[in-house]
Design a protein around this ligand. Structure first.
Ligand code: GDP
Length: 453
């Protein structure tokens, strides 16, 4: 395989910038642009060793850099790798990369380093994919899921299922070849139990997918309510900044103010919407319309009510709009006096939380309510989890094939029919892990990565 290079650090000025070179000629190529202050050559040092020196191109010195050598197969890609760390200015890092390319390396494609790691057996496909989740993780729980998949938890679970099915298939094929031999392990009950076990495990993975996605990707959250109930104040409480304008004049948030915040294990993409009320003001009414649209498309709704005022028609309209949605009633301003009964609200929401957005009281309860309504509170972030649609799709197809296999066993269909179903299940599980993924699938996956990863 060719020797490739790319900038592996972000495209913004930083303390250091790293140019990564991978391939058979990585050391030789790096040596052409690098000379150590000690006079030692990169080829003279072992893996996991580094030299300090100067990077140069045809115009002259570029920067003082550190060249770190990894020897195959003990590297990220499984090939020889050299990482040149220079000062992280974009100009400097780009100039080092250009020098390396001129010295003979080819520019690495998107995800090329991780793709090589997969092709060289350093990682399975599901673990390689979770590198993307790791990079984009916005909170602790998301990072935990990515790490657990990267460490191979998903691979292990899927492999256990497919190994047990492969074993059954081997017995079935032995039985087809030697029908008069007694094959002890091969009984309808054993087969049925294995298939059932596979179905249960895959079903649990698929059921957890949506919750995992909420933790990994965050959830669109609309803060809605009539004017002056404290939507902007709540938004500011959650985001910890003065993003939304808080005033005593009703109707001040005329458009949508957005922010991303971590609440417990979940990342909420918050949108503070215009207060819902009938209005003559054109600008405000556009805002109200947008608020309704936001509510309808949101994955989570925080419906805010004012505990110091009785419910009115606008509040009731909001209650109606929230029906069938994942919505939490947030009864605000508990620091004020108000003796209203809110049964009408709590009857209509899965969770009702009392809060003072002004003092911050009740924030913890809101956090718990969010975890409970989204179902993320009981999600085990350290177990096996599916991290993207592709994996879910493979699991679903395998599950369907196993359901067919179960029916075939139960209805006494031929063993051939059972084998066909098991084969389809295994095929899909191996596509998931990459053991049998086609080039097209592999290329498609890595094309979504960024260059340098
Ligand atoms: P919005 O129109 O729903 O966005 O409401 P704002 O967040 O702009 O708040 C309207 C008014 O209510 C402001 O004067 C806030 O200071 C006040 N307010 C908001 N939350 C609370 C609260 O929890 N307690 C009290 N006492 N006042 C609040």
């Amino acid at each position: 395989m060719s020797t490739v290079a790319a900038i592996s650090t972000g495209m913004a000025p930083g303390g250091i910038g790293v140019v990564r070179i991978s391939g058979e000629k990585a050391v030789e190529t790096a040596q052409k642009v690098f000379s150590s202050f000690s006079g030692k050559k990169l080829s003279e040092i072992g893996g996991y060793h580094a030299l300090y020196g100067r990077a140069r191109d045809e115009k002259g010195d570029i920067d003082n850099v550190i060249a770190l050598v990894f020897k195959a197969p003990k590297s990220y890609t499984g090939e020889d790798v050299v990482e040149i760390s220079c000062h992280g200015g974009l100009y400097v890092t780009n100039r080092v990369l250009k020098a390396v390319l001129r010295a003979g390396a080819e520019p690495a494609g998107p995800g090329e380093f991780t793709k090589r790691a997969f092709l060289n057996g350093k990682t399975d496909l599901s673990a390689a994919e979770s590198v993307m989740n790791m990079i984009s993780a916005q909170g602790e729980q998301a990072e935990k899921i990515a790490l657990s998949v990267m460490e191979g938890r998903l691979f292990k679970q899927i492999k256990e299922i497919s190994d047990s099915l492969l074993y059954d298939m081997a017995l079935l094929s032995a039985w087809v070849d030697y029908p008069y031999e007694e094959i002890e392990e091969l009984s309808g009950e054993n087969l049925s139990a294995h298939v059932k076990n596979g179905i249960e495990k895959l079903d649990a993975l698929i059921k957890g997918f949506d919750k995992g996605q909420i933790i990994l990707e965050g959830v669109d959250t609309a803060i809605v309510g009539r004017p002056n109930v404290g939507k902007s104040t709540l938004m500011n409480l959650l985001s910890g900044t003065e993003k939304s304008i808080v005033t005593e004049i009703a109707g001040t948030t005329r458009d949508i103010v957005e922010d991303t915040v971590n609440l417990g294990s979940v990342t909420l993409r918050l949108a503070d919407t215009a207060g819902m009320r009938s209005t003559e003001d054109t600008v405000e009414s556009i805002g109200v319309e947008r608020a309704v649209k936001r509510l309808e498309s949101a994955g989570l709704v925080l419906a805010v009510f004012d505990s110091s005022r009785p419910l009115n028609e606008e509040d009731r309209r909001l209650i109606g709009l929230c029906r069938g949605k994942k919505a939490i009633a947030v009864i605000n301003k508990t620091d004020l006096d108000g003796n209203y009964l809110f049964d009408e609200i709590s009857e209509n929401f899965a969770k009702t939380v009392f809060i003072s957005a002004k003092t911050g009281e009740g924030r913890q309860q809101l956090e718990e309510a969010v975890g409970s309504v989204l179902g993320t509170a009981d999600f085990d972030c350290t177990g096996a989890a599916l991290v993207n649609e592709r994996q879910r799709d493979c699991c679903k197809k395998a599950l369907d094939a196993l359901a067919d296999a179960q029916t075939a066993v139960e209805t006494g269909m031929t063993m051939d029919a059972v084998t066909v179903c098991l084969d389809s299940a295994v095929e899909n599980l191996m596509t998931l892990t990459g053991e049998r993924a086609t080039d097209m699938v592999v290329n498609e996956i890595f094309s979504k990565f960024c260059v340098g990863k």
